[in-house]
Design a protein around this ligand. Structure first.
Ligand SMILES: Nc1ncnc2c1ncn2[C@@H]1O[C@H](COP(=O)(O)OP(=O)(O)O)[C@@H](O)[C@H]1O
Ligand SMILES: [Mg+2]
Length: 200
């Protein structure tokens, strides 16, 4: 029998529409996500299935938080992922919140590079996503170069998942989702998208 993981109050990080996220009590660099409402099961099962597919493919995990399987917890079944932290150990903030700050030229330049690298990594690892949203991307500040990491809403919702195997269709799907994402963040931060389009 698997052992049960017990959470304490200070383990709680935050929640989205379907899941609550906690720091793993035994590993500060992992988090555990737990469904908390009806409808969450469908989303989580789809996503976990896709993560298992990516584990088999041995992708680089450059743009995603790596998945480590399920655990039993005192709050129900949880799924374990890399917890994204900056080099100063604080939990990385979302791109959505980062874009709400006023950014200087240097910060904008670093973020533009991270955005270019995120697109490259999605294509290199052939990551199929649902809608890409800035609230589901964390901006990790590192000495070796900042990066953007997608933490939610990946996988393929199509019934026939040919995109998972056909490289040409995968790239088309990634490009489509990326263009929509760029349009969305243009509303959040026009300067970032202008810099991105000039530099990509
Ligand atoms: N890998 C991670 N590292 C750090 N924080 C995370 C990670 N995954 C999720 N979080 C935090 O937990 C919140 C909810 O997680 P998320 O996967 O987006 O749940 P939902 O599927 O309900 O939207 C996120 O908004 C973020 O604050
Ligand atoms: Mg989310």
């Amino acid at each position: 029998m698997k052992k049960t993981i017990h959470f304490s109050l200070e383990n709680y990080i935050g929640k989205g529409l379907h899941r609550k996220c906690y720091i793993h009590p035994e590993d500060p660099f992992k988090c555990i996500k737990i469904n908390y409402n009806i409808g969450a099961d469908i989303e989580t099962n789809r996503e976990v299935k896709y993560y298992k597919h990516l584990l088999k493919r041995q992708i680089s995990w450059e743009c995603l938080s790596k998945y480590y399987g399920s655990v039993d917890t005192d709050l129900g079944i949880g799924h374990v992922y890399d917890l994204i932290r900056d080099d100063d150990n604080s939990i990385s903030i979302s791109l959505e919140n980062y874009l709400k700050q006023s950014l200087n030229a240097h910060e904008l330049n670093e973020l533009t590079t991270a955005l270019i690298n995120l697109k490259k990594a999605l294509v290199n690892d052939r990551i199929i996503t649902m809608t890409i949203k800035s609230k589901n991307i964390l901006y990790q500040r590192r000495n070796c170069g900042n990066r953007l990491v997608i933490i939610d809403n990946i996988g393929n919702s199509k019934l026939i998942k040919i995109d998972n195997y056909c490289h040409f269709l995968a790239k088309k799907s990634i490009n489509r989702k990326w263009q929509r994402f760029i349009k969305d963040i243009e509303r959040e931060n026009f300067a970032l998208v202008s810099a991105y389009l000039a530099k990509k």
